[in-house]
Design a protein around this ligand. Sequence first.
Ligand code: ARG
Length: 355
Amino acid sequence: MKYHLFIKFFFLTTLVFSSLVTGSPSQIMPRIIGGTTSQADLWPWMAGLTPKNASAAAVFCGASLIAKDWVLTAGHCVVGQSPADFDVIINQAQLDADTGERIAVERIVLHPQYNSITLDNDLALIKLKSASQIQPIQLVSPYSNQDAPGKSAFALGWGAVISSGDLFPLDLRQVVLPLVSNTTCSFSMNEDISDDMLCAGDGLGLRDTCSGDSGGPLIVFDSESHTWRQAGITSWGNGCAELGTYGVYTRTKNYAEFISSQICSVQEIPASPSLRLDINANMVGLDWNSGSGVASYRLNYAPYPGAQYIASMDMNLLTHFNADLVSGSAYYVAITSYNNNCLSDYSNIEHFVIP
Ligand code: ARG
């Protein structure tokens, strides 16, 4: 059974208040299911949603700052809510510390295909009334393999610390969760897991996100850019930390283009590069022009002619690439560029076959 926001929302607000009265639960309980308290300044872009006339401690969902004036959260966190209903807190790991930012909401963009039954496309963008001072987190790039099964991720949140889902911490917590394949996840949970979902967990009932963690980020360390990237948004589970089940997250990689189109102005989107291809015996040479306002280029490639998959790699600010390929290698190639979470269009798409 999928947890539903309404139940959570009311439970949560009541229980956070009661936990304030009874003292800090993070002291007396084991950490978020299997996790630990985060260092206060480690994840500055971590955000939360809190009801308009309540303290930060009434946070009912997580979120993440993805541009100076936009946060990303789960669709089910904001469905039925209006901008006047809640505020966004940013960089406030300790809910009772009052050190972070609290910003009102200008506009909510629920994903147009959000499905409240299957929780497909469980994502929403929240435009802030004023800009945050915090550096946003970068999302995992389209076609990257940084959210592949076997990688380890961190989930962050102020959600419940016990599987019954009714004890909430004041200090932000984190838990390490291995990413698992959709096949394993769907088989062991006996649920439909769409391509737009990403599963993470130990499957042993020890570590998981839980009620109240929804909307918060699932992050991976990207070995190409050496930065933390957001790979998922906490979405749903069958209970919390139950044996043989996993937590299900919205796979943010699949929404990078949608997100860019919603949050970036024309001026913020880098121009699409133009690509020149040069084949010399077994050597492939790629060159592209540099543009202004580019944080990194990506080389996208797919097998020619079938394009059975698309993969990509980060080129940072390099504008050329050479490789010695075996005879018969055949690929499509194209360059994209990005700046923060704003993505350019594709360059011209070229292809080659090594003789
Ligand atoms: N839907 C929940 C929320 O609103 C998150 C549940 C995550 N559950 C899990 N077992 N991983 O907070």
